[in-house]
Write a protein that binds this ligand. Structure first.
Ligand SMILES: [Zn+2]
Length: 336
C-alpha cells in the first residue's frame, strides 16, 4: 500500500491491543490519516501471518489479496464522490470517475442505503478465507439517515467473524445510535516534526507554512500543495485580500476560498487581541486595532459557507466575498 503514514504506527499498535469491540470508531480531525488507520486495522485483522497484537505482515496470501484490492473478506464503503480519489491514495485499484455530463447528477457525497444493502449481503455471507470479514466505512458521517438505520442491526449484532471500522472527522454529527455501538478510537494530530518530515518526502517545499495553514494536518497540507498552493502565495493572501484583490482567490473553488477567509478572519481576531497568527505567519497579517468588524465578518462568512457548494455564479460570489473581506479588515484597522 502506498499510503504509509509514519505517525500511524503507534496508534495502529495501540488499536490492535485495545480493540475489544467488533465495531471501532476512529475519530479525530480530517487530514491526519483516519481512513489509512482504518484500512491498516482491516488488513491486520485479515493477515494470516502475524503475531498477536502485531500489524499486518505485508507478504502473506491475505496481505497480497488486500494490496491488490481483491480480498474477498474486505469491503470499503465510501461516498461516490470520494471513491476513486480515496482508493487511489490508498494504492488500491480504482475506476476513473466519468467526466461530468450535462443533465447527469453529480456524484453523491452521501453513503446511500443501496450501498448499505449490498454490504448486508456481504455481512451475511461466510468468510471466504475463514479468518475475519472487515468493513471499513469512511467518512461515517456520510451515511445518510436511511443508510445509517439500515446498518444499525448488523452493527449491533454482526454475524460470526464480521468486524467494522468506522472513521469520522465529525463525530458530533453521527447518529447517537451509531456512535453508541462503536468503541471509540481517538486519532490525534501527528507530531509536528513527523508531519514535516513526511511532507518533505512527498516533495512539498517549505512545508512549515502549509502545515500551519492547515492547523497541523499533513494530508490536507499535501493536497493543498498538490493543488498548486505555495507557502509564499498563502502568506501573501492576507494583504492581497485586505487590498481587495479578487485575483488572490480567483482560481480557488468556492468552498476552499471560504475556508481560507475563515482562517484569515480567525487569525485577525487573534491579532486584534495581541496573539500571534495560528494559520498565517504573524508577519503576514495586518494588525487590527479592534475585533468588532471582524466578528461581524466571521458571522457573514459562516452564513456564506452554507452555500459554498452551490453559488449561482462562482466568480461574482468570490468578488463579493473579497469586497466584504476588504471592508471588514479596513474597518478593523481604524482606531475605535
Ligand atoms: Zn499478512
Amino acid at each position: 500500500m502506498n499510503a504509509d503514514l509514519p505517525w500511524l504506527q503507534q496508534p495502529l499498535a495501540d488499536a490492535l491491543v485495545r480493540a475489544r469491540s467488533h465495531a471501532l470508531l476512529v475519530q479525530g480531525p480530517a487530514g491526519v490519516g483516519q481512513l489509512e488507520l482504518a484500512v491498516k486495522l482491516a488488513q491486520s485483522w485479515l493477515c494470516e501471518d502475524r503475531a498477536e497484537g502485531q500489524p499486518a505482515c505485508g507478504h502473506c496470501a491475505s496481505c497480497k489479496l488486500f494490496a491488490s484490492g481483491t480480498h474477498p473478506d474486505f469491503q470499503l464503503l465510501l461516498p461516490e464522490a470520494l471513491d476513486a480519489a480515496a482508493r487511489e491514495s490508498l494504492g488500491l485499484p480504482f475506476e476513473e470517475p466519468d467526466a461530468p455530463k450535462a443533465g447527469k447528477a453529480k456524484p453523491s457525497r452521501e453513503i446511500k442505503v443501496e450501498a448499505v444493502r449490498n454490504l448486508l449481503a456481504f455481512a451475511q455471507a461466510t468468510s471466504a478465507r475463514g479468518r475475519a470479514k472487515v468493513v471499513v466505512i469512511f467518512p461515517a458521517e456520510a451515511l445518510n439517515g436511511v443508510a445509517a438505520n439500515a446498518l444499525l442491526k448488523t452493527l449491533e449484532e454482526p454475524s460470526g467473524l464480521l468486524r467494522f471500522v468506522l472513521a469520522s472527522h465529525d463525530g458530533a454529527s453521527l447518529l447517537p445510535t451509531i456512535r453508541s455501538r462503536c468503541q471509540p478510537l481517538p486519532l490525534a494530530l501527528p507530531e509536528r516534526e513527523a508531519a514535516l518530515q513526511w511532507l518533505a518526502t512527498q516533495g512539498v517545499k517549505e512545508p512549515e507554512g502549509l502545515l500551519d495553514a492547515t492547523g497541523g494536518r499533513p494530508q490536507q497540507a499535501l493536497s493543498w500543495a498538490e493543488a498548486g498552493l505555495t507557502d509564499a502565495a498563502w502568506q501573501a493572501l492576507p494583504k492581497r485580500v485586505a487590498r481587495g484583490e479578487v485575483q488572490a482567490l480567483a482560481d480557488w473553488a468556492p468552498p476552499r476560498a471560504i475556508d481560507a477567509l475563515q482562517r484569515l478572519c480567525h487569525d485577525l481576531v487573534r491579532r486584534a487581541h495581541g496573539q500571534p497568527g495560528q494559520f498565517f505567519a504573524t508577519a503576514s497579517l495586518p494588525s487590527p486595532k479592534r475585533p468588532a468588524p471582524l466578528l461581524a465578518w466571521d458571522a457573514e462568512l459562516r452564513r456564506a459557507a452554507r452555500h459554498a457548494d452551490h453559488p449561482l455564479n462562482a466568480s461574482l460570489w468570490i468578488e463579493s466575498l473579497v469586497a466584504q473581506a476588504q471592508a471588514a479588515v479596513t474597518a478593523s484597522l481604524r482606531a475605535a
